[in-house]
Design a protein around this ligand. Structure first.
Ligand SMILES: Nc1nc2c(c(=O)[nH]1)N[C@H]1C(S)=C(S)[C@@H](COP(=O)(O)O)O[C@H]1N2
Ligand SMILES: [Mo]
Length: 158
């Protein structure tokens, strides 16, 4: 467990294999401080994007993939829920693991593919154990420190 660490400070460690809870819905904190619960079915109502050739790469404990992860791009998600704009998204799991995404990164898409909130892998539903809902950052081929499983909170900063 990593509960006593800052979830947004990347650090190499052994990945947690067990979801922190059974429920895949998460809390969205908007730039003005309002909050709402987002369910998988809310995400399914938004445009679906499939990103092929994704790898979960981790120095020390191996690489898995290629996977095709599908879901809504973080850019489209944020446009729908925070149309007034945002600068940073803090994407945090209840197990104390998280990552920060800058709006500017989404404006310059990486050749590896867009950042998505994934609820499918290889065309079938992602299981909770596999990370539902999972942040997928295709450009990261490093320590998997951006591939946040079990998104619990997304905080959009103004
Ligand atoms: N919520 C959460 N996401 C996480 C982790 C974690 O411990 N908790 N570990 C990361 C690390 S270090 C790795 S290597 C991958 C492992 O992903 P996998 O379990 O799908 O192989 O998940 C990443 N995402
Ligand atoms: Mo890792």
């Amino acid at each position: 467990m990593h509960d006593n660490r800052d979830p947004l400070q990347p650090h190499a460690h052994e990945p947690n294999p067990e979801p922190p809870s059974a429920d895949p819905s998460f809390e969205l904190v908007l730039p003005d401080g309002r909050t709402q619960t987002i369910t998988v079915s809310d995400l399914e109502k938004l445009p679906e994007t499939a990103v092929p050739n994704c790898y979960i790469v981790s120095t020390g404990h191996g690489t898995t993939g290629p996977f095709t992860f599908s879901g809504v791009t973080l850019q489209e998600f944020a446009q729908v829920y925070a149309s007034d704009g945002w600068s940073q998204a803090e994407v945090i799991s209840a197990d104390g693991f998280g990552n920060r995404v800058f709006a500017e990164e989404l404006a310059r898409p990486d050749a590896a593919g867009p950042i998505v909130l994934a609820y499918k892998v290889d065309g079938r539903p992602l299981t909770r154990q596999e990370g539902l809902v999972r942040l997928i950052v295709p450009s990261e081929r490093d320590d998997a420190l951006r591939q946040v499983k079990w998104v619990g909170v997304i905080r959009l900063r103004p």
